[in-house]
Design a binder for this molecule. Sequence first.
Ligand code: NAD
Ligand code: ZN
Length: 378
Amino acid sequence: MAGPHRQGLNPPMPTTMLALVKPSAGPGLRLEERPIPEHGINDVLIRVERTGICGTDLHIDAWDAWAARTIVPPRIVGHEFAGRIVSVGSNVTDFTPGDLVSGEGHVVCGRCRHCLAGRRQLCASTIGLGVERDGAFAEYVALPMTNVWQHWPGIDEEIAAIFDPFGNAVHTALAFPVLGEDVLVSGAGPIGLMAIAVVRHAGARHIVVSEPNPGRRRLAEQMGATLTIDPRVRELADVFAELDMVEGFDVALEMSGNPTALRAAIAAMAHGGGVAILGIPTQEMVLDVNAIVFKMLTLRGIYGREMYETWYKMTVMLQSGLDIRPAITHRFSHRDHLAAFEVARSGDAAKVIMDWRAAGPDETGPGAARSDEGAGSQ
Ligand code: NAD
Ligand code: ZN
């Protein structure tokens, strides 16, 4: 890409920013001063206001085997965010400084068969924000304009910050028709929790949630679950009679990554059911293929979000009353990132938000002036 283009800036841009960085191979992240990213003629520069912590960020922080083979330090982490455009490249006409936006964290090649056909979520050359390129846990992030989603004025800005995982939830929840159906959600982490609200909004009959963590089961009830169970003490089939279910679940959303959960879901499916698999297991697993064959189940892997049909659906469902706010349980300043990561790691939280505005260089800019107006207003 050509050199940096910054337009419409007043007062002049600072040249450095704070960013949460994986400085070198090994555990831990550090808040460091870094140059503000340069951006090309097709890119935008965004002043990050709020970010969400994802399981991916916890893996990178902990430096597990996946992180060690995937991340090349130094790397700015993070991909769930909302912020305001501060500068646009000379080819960019759809965005203006001050616009509230989020980023699609999968940067696709744009040239492969699937990209050219408009199926960008199927691109095999995807680059991950905060994984393979510098991410959004920073005061500024640069992205191609084709990776930017503009929000409507008045959206709850904390919700805007979690459009990425909300999109995982929507993509999975809408993989099979749920109107009138009995739906199983395995795993009530932040994404499972949001998926419960989505399938409720989309007209499911019963939503049974399997989750060992009692705090998350309580949140699942708040999000609209019909019934929650602890899979360590109760079988899924036990609930059928109680809920007047004849045969089993019509749709299952696997959102735990746990092999036992996927096996239990397959065993509890009705004939012809659909199993959407978002959860990422850490190893290969054995499945009962006989059950899949004789029940004629459809198993479907889900990765990321459909670009940009999922983003459209997220927007219009929020505008028509979908409420995912209970999935956000904690808020921290970016300066308290250690505490924020600690809480996110604990399993007692659901979605944890870090606020990047405090003491930032553009506190008097458009972001600061409008930062609170959206609260609770969608
Ligand atoms: P999370 O780890 O916070 O949630 C998983 C939940 O599953 C936890 O609450 C855990 O208690 C529960 N669980 C564990 N064992 C279980 C069992 N046997 N039965 C039922 N529940 C069980 O994760 P999250 O952030 O909500 O993400 C959900 C999953 O989706 C994770 O596996 C994550 O890696 C994966 N993910 C996939 C994509 C994708 O694009 N495919 C994107 C983001 C996250
Ligand atoms: Zn591609």
